[in-house]
Design a binder for this molecule. Structure first.
Ligand code: SF4
Ligand code: SF4
Length: 185
């Protein structure tokens, strides 16, 4: 979560309320804070505060996210009200209808649920953490086992496809193009 613009109109909020991918640790591992926000934030966001160099942030998933934001009508971090992903910008430009934007969100949530289900089938336990934490766990598993660990490789592949879809639909066009270029080279 890094880009800041004005408060979202109601039609955009109707899309967000079905989504939450920017709050639940699927798209991002942290959300950027403005200078001086620390000390005036909701308690759980204060607890998730971090700093790297000059950059201040709180880690995601957000503790206030329970299927949707549970402090929606209360004071939050600036980024919470101001952030708009690429999907919202595409919708605002009129390049996607609200119905299609909601379908993109629904499909993204469904795909993620399938990945978690596959994890459960593979390892016999539920993965209860966020998608970005799942990626971190997968990164810790060696890809060079002999013979290859087929279920793990399949899970890795599904996650890679999912990440591509997330970048295509929710991140900037520039990010998607740079990813495609680096794949083609
Ligand atoms: S990822 Fe986009 S559509 Fe989803 S909640 Fe965040 S801003 Fe809204
Ligand atoms: S406070 Fe609400 S909008 Fe902000 S990150 Fe947490 S769940 Fe998302």
């Amino acid at each position: 979560m890094e880009e800041l613009v004005v408060e979202s109109p109601f039609t955009e909020q109707e899309i967000c309320v079905k989504c939450g991918l920017c709050c639940d640790g699927t798209l991002f591992s942290h959300a950027v804070l403005q200078k001086g926000e620390r000390g005036n934030l909701p308690e759980k966001i204060e607890q998730q505060y971090g700093k790297e160099g000059e950059s201040e942030f709180f880690t995601l998933p957000c503790a206030y996210f329970e299927g949707k934001c549970t402090i929606y009508n209360q004071k939050k971090a600036v980024v919470c009200s101001a952030f708009r992903c690429q999907l919202l910008k595409t919708f605002a430009n009129g390049d996607v209808s609200q119905k299609d934007a909601i379908k993109i969100v629904t499909d993204a949530l469904k795909f993620k649920a399938e990945i978690y289900q596959f994890y459960k089938q593979t390892f016999g336990v539920e993965f209860k953490l966020s998608f970005r934490e799942l990626l971190a766990e997968l990164n810790k598993m060696s890809p060079d086992t002999d013979p290859p660990n087929v279920p793990v490789e399949l899970l890795r592949m599904k996650c890679n496809i999912y990440q591509t879809l997330l970048i295509k639909n929710f991140k900037s066009i520039k990010t998607f193009e740079s990813m495609i270029e680096s794949t083609v080279e």
